[in-house]
Design a protein around this ligand. Structure first.
Ligand code: GLY
Length: 564
């Protein structure tokens, strides 16, 4: 209640003084009684929701939504990529699955370097050499086998129908296709469906993808990894200069992981463990800010931005030095999220001036954001919840599109460190922990997260956004918990981001109080505010006091909540 009053006062103050703030007061998202799916496209949310209406559980709906996104949102939804999912069952059991891509068997540490040891431009981002062994089909089938309840036929049939029927192009999609069209001929030897000029309201049909899905329905998960699809895919990648073989596909397995769990006030946070960095980073940042009265500082106030920035700076400094695939590197997880360690990390923090990133060890990581990747959240009528984030890495992945199978291939190999000290497409300057090794998984920022309050489900959320994924999830949780926003307000609220290097606070344009920005600059913070920059596209679901669900679907994309 105290927080609520303080937040209301802050809102009134803001309404008077923060003319540029776009926070939408009292706006709530879709509210439903029983169940909900929130994803990047209405078609995918509807298909997931229909599965729930048919009596399926959140895991059945996950399979349907994930594959529907592969049809409706080829920008990031995929068969040719991978992802992570965190779940909480109605009985409180938690778990996570890692269906992240892997380095092929023929991969080598220096595969993206020339004879002089320099990184070869575009080799890890564009075309067949950039492709990691895809994990999505293994992931969804593993989830279905362990936790699903409906027959796979019931789940896949509507997705196949959507692929045959086609998907209507939205305004945002038209812009995205146009933006990346110049790159498609660079990655593909023959024209692809996305080379055409697609306009808003046009319908793109995906018959090849429908046929691939039909074969997967008929022969199961192994069709993708050992069947005709596997042979076609390996041949296609090799014909285009890549190194993935049928053996790589046959060896791929999704892995069940133990999620990262930690508390913040009366919340228990359940988030993704390595090879995703999200859970550990989130635990570090929240552990560093927990002991400060954030709600008293006010939402997006100078002091709140300062505190969160300084915690982010320190967490991101640790991120790439320590983190990588846990099957290949020892990660000191307990040390990294230990309260005393986190307190000691903030020992030199003062509100009087900015800490310089050059004074903060560790690692040599520099990260540049991207808004590719996609996230969806689901709660079912039985009380199960999932948070899943899936990706091709870059927009339309490597841009290599297998027309025979009907999908893009990822460029996830770029998430490895190609060379210590050289930045990848996101500006990551890698450490040894994330070097390329055959069959290793590359480090990710994905942060699918579930929050409990009083031992009950409270929230499920996540977002795309490269390195900004972690800080967007953080701010959305804080917006609800510290600043008493609705789920939709929490998603809508303007976001900022700091990641140690570059040493700057990135803010969404025209959304922050000018005097706050001036004050931060006078304390030594460098602020980057650029036109058209968005930080994350958060999709989440909040459990309300009366046990109904409120969806937060990010207006920054075409994201939509559907439920009943
Ligand atoms: N490819 C983006 C990520 O995994 O974080």
């Amino acid at each position: 209640m105290r927080k609520k009053i303080i937040y209301s006062i802050a809102l009134i103050y803001c309404a008077i003084s923060c003319k540029t703030t776009e926070l939408k007061v009292n706006k709530s998202g879709l509210i439903t009684q029983h169940a909900m799916v929130v994803s990047a496209r209405v078609e995918a949310s509807k298909i997931g929701n229909d599965i729930l209406k048919k009596g399926g559980n959140a895991f059945d709906a996950m399979v349907a939504t994930e594959l529907a996104l592969a049809v409706a949102y080829p920008y990031a939804g995929n068969l040719g990529g991978g992802g992570f999912m965190v779940y909480r069952k109605a009985n409180g059991d938690i778990g996570a699955i890692d269906y992240r891509e892997k380095a092929p068997l023929a991969a080598t540490k220096d595969m993206y370097l020339d004879e002089s040891g320099l990184v070869i431009p575009n080799k890890s981002t564009l075309g067949a050499m950039a492709v990691g062994v895809p994990g999505t089909i293994a992931g969804v089938f593993e989830v279905h086998e362990k936790l699903g309840s409906l027959p796979i036929e019931v789940i896949l049939r509507p997705v196949i129908e959507l692929a045959y029927k086609g998907v209507v192009v939205t305004e945002k999609q038209e812009k995205r296709i146009k933006k990346y069209q110049p790159l498609f001929p660079k990655a593909n030897k023959t024209p692809i469906v996305f080379d055409k000029v697609w306009k808003t309201h046009d319908t793109i049909k995906y018959p090849a993808l429908a046929k691939t899905l039909e074969r997967i329905l008929k022969y199961g998960r192994d069709e993708f990894y050992k069947g005709k699809t596997a042979h076609t895919l390996a041949r296609f990648i090799q014909q285009n200069g890549g190194i993935i073989t049928t053996e790589d596909l046959a060896k791929y397995e999704a892995k069940w992981r133990t999620p990262i769990t930690f508390t913040y006030d009366d919340l228990k946070i359940i988030s993704m463990s390595p090879p995703a960095s999200g859970g550990i980073c989130l635990a570090q940042i929240m552990g560093m800010i927990e002991h400060y009265p954030l709600h008293r500082y006010g939402h997006n106030s100078q002091k709140a931005i300062q505190l969160i920035t300084e915690a982010e700076r320190r967490a991101y400094a640790d991120r790439s030095f320590y983190l990588g695939d846990p099957d290949f590197v020892d990660i000191p997880i307990n040390k990294l999220i230990d309260n005393n360690y986190l307190k000691s990390r903030m020992a030199d923090f003062t509100f009087k001036e900015a800490t310089l990133s050059t004074q903060v060890s560790h690692g040599d990581v520099q990260i540049i954001e991207s808004d590719e990747t996609t996230h969806y959240s689901i709660v079912d009528p039985f009380g199960n919840a999932i948070a899943a984030t899936t990706t091709l890495n870059g927009a339309y992945g490597s841009k290599l599109y297998c027309s025979e199978l009907g999908f893009f291939l990822n460029n996830e190999m770029d998430d490895f460190s190609s060379k210590t000290g050289a930045p990848n497409m996101f500006g990551l300057i890698g450490a040894e922990a994330n070097s390329i090794v055959p069959e290793k998984r590359m480090l990710s920022s994905m942060t699918p997260t579930i929050v409990e309050k009083d031992n009950k489900l409270y929230m499920t959320l996540g977002t795309p956004g490269g390195s900004t994924i972690i800080t967007s999830v953080l701010q959305t949780i804080l917006n609800v918990h510290e600043f008493n926003m609705t789920m939709q307000e929490a998603v809508n609220a303007p976001r900022f981001h700091h990641q140690w290097l570059p040493d700057e606070i990135k803010v969404e344009p025209k959304a922050f109080n000018k005097s706050t920005i001036n004050k931060l600059e006078s304390l030594g913070y460098s602020i980057r505010e650029e036109e058209s920059v968005i930080i994350g596209k958060v999709d989440g679901i909040l459990v309300l006091d009366d046990n109904r669900y409120e969806g937060g679907a990010d207006y920054r994309g075409d994201d939509t909540a559907v439920g009943f």
